[in-house]
Ligand binder design. Structure first.
Ligand code: UT7
Length: 361
């Protein structure tokens, strides 16, 4: 049977860092609160657009797969903080890459976007429509973050991760998946005014920022991710002992720990890097997968569980069997242009729009 496997992987994290101690200088928070309640120590603030992060991550993934941009016939960009709605962020990424042979579309399932993308990309290959799918999760969440709101500004960060999917006849790749959405509670996480809903007119800056009911999301994330991951493992015909690595969406270490407990997997089999990057929505899982490979945490034939939960409220879990190769075939020399501003200088545009954080007033 024609299957699809991940043959390349890469990430692009912008260099500007915003630490918990920096946030202590802006809002009424502490490193101790952020660390114990979320696990986050620092996050990245991008000086370029989400499409540029995506392009560099994409080039690195293509090099790891031994492919060129001309090979790509489908470009899937999972994002909820992309450059624009029209043209799609995928269109802009295609232009950066000069991937002229690729059909391209955005896929917005918020934090679950990468898991959705693996399922869509795999099925496009299985169905015979595509041969080289470049799937990128990219976010520039600081753009929609209000740094006067301590309940959200400590959580999010920017970054991109990418994978290349190619056909294989081996019994590897996606073994099972479960995707879901509960639009009846979509309002508990989102940016109220980032589309066409409502009348045209002046926009209240607060409506352009991410807002959320944190504790309610927390409760739903734990039950939904744990249960859907368990169902995906069962559907794959595996037991929990067969799972070598869980790569969960990185929204909060307490959510990750509780999900792992609910799933019945000990922490040594769970990949966590939220301390370095915070929540980068659709980018968390491809970035974590790339780092897991870089750190030798993936072995040939491993059974990996991806599980995510986020805006929508969306969720997705997938059981994925790795192939033989855990080393990249090549390396790209693609780099971002160096930043010309400090992290605080980059955030000034947010302060001008949303208002000055309380400690700067
Ligand atoms: O990406 C997928 C979607 N996102 C998520 O899944 C996020 C899910 N939610 C969470 O991760 C957690 O709910 C948060 C990290 C957002 C919040 O943690 P929490 O333990 O649920 O805190 P809380 O909202 O219940 O707030 C507890 C207290 C409150 O003070 P009072 O009312 O008890 O006096 C908050 O005002 O902590 C206060 N607080 C803070 N204190 C210091 C909230 N944010 C901060 C902060 N620094 N940054």
């Amino acid at each position: 049977m024609r299957n699809a496997e991940i043959t390349g992987w890469g990430k692009c994290m912008p260099p500007n860092v915003l630490t918990n101690h920096d946030l202590e200088q802006l809002v009424d928070t502490t490193d101790e609160w952020i660390t114990t309640r979320t696990g986050i120590k620092e996050r990245r603030i991008s000086h370029v657009e989400a499409s540029e992060l995506a392009a560099v991550a994409g080039l690195r993934a293509l090099a790891a797969a031994g492919k060129t941009v001309n090979d790509v016939d489908l470009l899937l960009v999972a994002t909820c903080s992309g450059d624009s709605i029209i043209p799609s962020t995928a269109s802009v990424v295609q232009r950066h890459l000069k991937a002229w042979n690729a059909a391209a579309l955005d896929l917005n399932a918020a934090c679950s976007g990468f898991v959705y993308g693996v399922v869509v990309g795999t099925n496009m290959i299985r169905g015979g429509t595509n041969n080289t799918v470049l799937l990128i999760g990219t976010e520039k969440l600081h753009f929609v973050t209000d740094f006067t709101d301590r309940t959200t500004c400590v959580l999010f960060g920017d970054g991109a991760g990418a994978v290349v999917l190619e056909p294989t006849d081996e019994p590897i790749g996606l073994l099972s998946s479960e995707l879901g959405m509960d639009g009846s509670v979509g309002h508990i996480l989102g940016v109220p005014r980032d589309g066409t809903a409502g009348d045209p007119g002046p926009i209240d800056p607060r409506a352009s920022a991410i807002g959320m009911e944190g504790p309610e999301l927390f409760r739903r994330a734990v039950t939904t991710m744990g249960d859907s991951a368990a169902r995906a493992v069962k559907d794959a015909g595996l037991s929990l002992e067969d799972i070598d690595l869980v790569i969960p969406h990185q929204a909060n270490t307490r959510i990750i720990d509780a999900t792992a407990r609910r799933l019945g997997v000990d922490e040594s089999r769970v990949f966590v890097n939220i301390h370095s990057y915070g929540n980068t929505s659709a980018a968390t899982i491809p970035v974590a997968l790339t780092e897991a490979l870089e750190q030798g945490r993936v072995d040939p034939g491993d059974n990996i569980v991806f599980t995510a939960f986020g805006g929508g409220l969306s969720w997705g879990s997938a059981v994925y069997r790795w192939g033989e190769r855990v080393e990249p075939l090549g390396e790209s020399d693609a780099e971002l242009p160096p930043p010309d501003r400090t992290t605080m200088e980059l955030l000034q545009a947010n302060f001008d729009f949303f208002g000055l954080p309380e400690k700067l007033t």
